[in-house]
Design a protein around this ligand. Sequence first.
Ligand SMILES: [Zn+2]
Ligand SMILES: [Zn+2]
Length: 264
Amino acid sequence: MQDAGEEPRLFPNRFADAVGPAGTQPDRDRCRCVGHSAATRPASVKFHPERQDTTCEGWQHLLALIDEAATDGRQVFTPFVNLSPVECRQIVTLPATIGTLTEVKHLVLYGTNLVRIPPQIGALTGLEVFEPYTSHRLHWFPYELTRCTLLRDSTVSTRALYGNRKHRPPFPALRAVTTTTQTDFAALDPGVWGTDAVSTCSACAVPVVEELHRAWITLPAGTDVLPFLVNACSKECLDQLPPPAPGYAPAPHLGGPALHQPTP
Ligand SMILES: [Zn+2]
Ligand SMILES: [Zn+2]
């Protein structure tokens, strides 16, 4: 079922140049993870399990576009404009090299098929405007995005977000603490962990070696309020998280169906 409210019929003019060439192939997939209203909200939700195919043309093309942008030091980066619909659909995350774009002030990820954004986004220290608008499969962001302290403007399809205040979808359940003897942090199942690897602490950036401590926290970012996933090295790092945004779960949490959230 297509929700009319999720798919605005009129897009702001500023996105007119943000989409690639039209084609007959679909450029993205749909998902129903979070529902679109209190009535259609699921009782529980899991992370998207898709793994990135790094051999496909779309990925190779995106890597080349990032290299090009890093070399010329451009400030506005709209990579999906240059990808064909087939290539766009192949991209479910961004390469780690996105973190080389330290000159970029304005990142446009309009209408993509992304299901996650890697922690390297936090290296975009010049980022002022972040626009993943109508990327409806993005339900959360890495806590590392909060390192982009110049971020002042964002355009996010908030109805697709876990815990959004319109209809409060659930969050995927997290395991509070995991040790390296239990799990190899370099080879994770994205459908369970939301990522295929954790290497550094979302909060203090040291390598995560022995224990992985996880939590969800919802915070203001840009002009939105976003749910962030924290992969921390220690309980101390979780204890030092800032207070969550008012009107959302009042403390960092582990998600799951039992999570109490304010009513929509
Ligand atoms: Zn989804
Ligand atoms: Zn830490």
